[in-house]
Design a protein around this ligand. Structure first.
Ligand code: PXP
Length: 257
């Protein structure tokens, strides 16, 4: 019987953000990754940005050497990042759009127009045995393009849904954005793409996304690290895990798939 357990990838970027505010070594993102593993994370996600504003090259060296969980390296489609990925051979690489001036990854990849450039990176990473995902908006054209690029996995951007919830939890925009994600997850499955989701997820917004049977992995960072200030990282991750599992079980998705 195939079980359909939803995986939780914990993004530790913002442990490094706090460390970098003062320089030095504390708090250590690798220690956070080890704590996340103990709390029930299924994977660790880290974004090595071009400007190294949080995770550093040294963090990636240590994450590769010191953690047992699969590492999902978030990276821009650049020669520099490709070379780093090929050197470290993480379990997975999630290609994301990157702009220097943005505070966080603001939207999905322009897979439709950026097709030629991206196909080179998808091929190079896949050829090295790295599982490639493309971070895209939840829409049909982006899914078709991702499939044409040969990526086995897509990660659906949940940021617009989460922002809508934060502005007006009961507003119509929340349901509209959620419907886009549900539809895109279904379409991804129909296209034979493994479907992940993430960005902006919190205790309040995770349930409806976790309930989508086609979604097999959520990547969550900022909220968990922020929440750890109040309740500790272990407790924050365990509560997120429990909310995910509850939503999945209630949707019938935890049973055989
Ligand atoms: N997935 C991707 C592709 C991301 O770029 C990010 C942010 O680095 C996340 C998930 C996690 O988003 P958040 O930190 O808002 O939970």
């Amino acid at each position: 019987m195939k079980t359909n357990k939803l995986r939780l990838g914990v993004n530790i970027d913002h442990v490094a953000t706090i460390r970098n505010a003062r320089g030095g070594r504390h708090p250590d993102p690798v220690k956070a990754a080890i704590a996340a593993a103990h709390a029930g994370a299924d994977g660790i996600t880290a974004h090595l940005r071009e400007d190294r504003r949080h995770i550093t090259d040294g963090d990636i060296d240590r994450l590769t050497a010191e953690i047992d969980l699969p590492l999902n390296l978030e990276m821009a489609a650049t020669r520099e990042m490709l070379e780093i990925a090929l050197r470290h051979k993480p379990h997975a690489a999630c290609i994301v759009p990157e702009k220097r001036e943005e505070r966080t990854t603001e939207g999905g990849l322009d897979v439709v127009k950026g097709r030629n450039n991206l196909s080179y990176y998808v091929r190079a990473l896949t050829g090295a045995g790295i599982r490639v995902s493309l971070f895209i908006e939840p829409d049909a054209a982006a899914l078709e393009a991702a499939r044409a690029l040969g990526a086995p996995v897509v990660e659906l951007h949940t940021g617009t849904y989460c922002e809508a919830y934060n502005l007006a939890p009961t507003g119509p925009e929340v349901q509209r954005e959620l419907a886009r994600i549900v539809e895109a997850a279904r379409a991804a499955q129909a296209l034979g793409l493994e479907c992940h989701a993430g960005h902006g997820l919190t205790f309040d917004t995770v349930g409806p996304v976790a309930a989508i049977p086609a979604v097999v992995e959520l990547n969550i960072g900022h909220f968990l690290i922020g929440e750890a200030i109040f309740s500790g990282l272990d407790s924050a991750i365990k509560r997120m895990r429990a909310l995910m599992d509850k939503a999945r079980a209630e949707s019938g998705g935890a049973r055989s798939a």
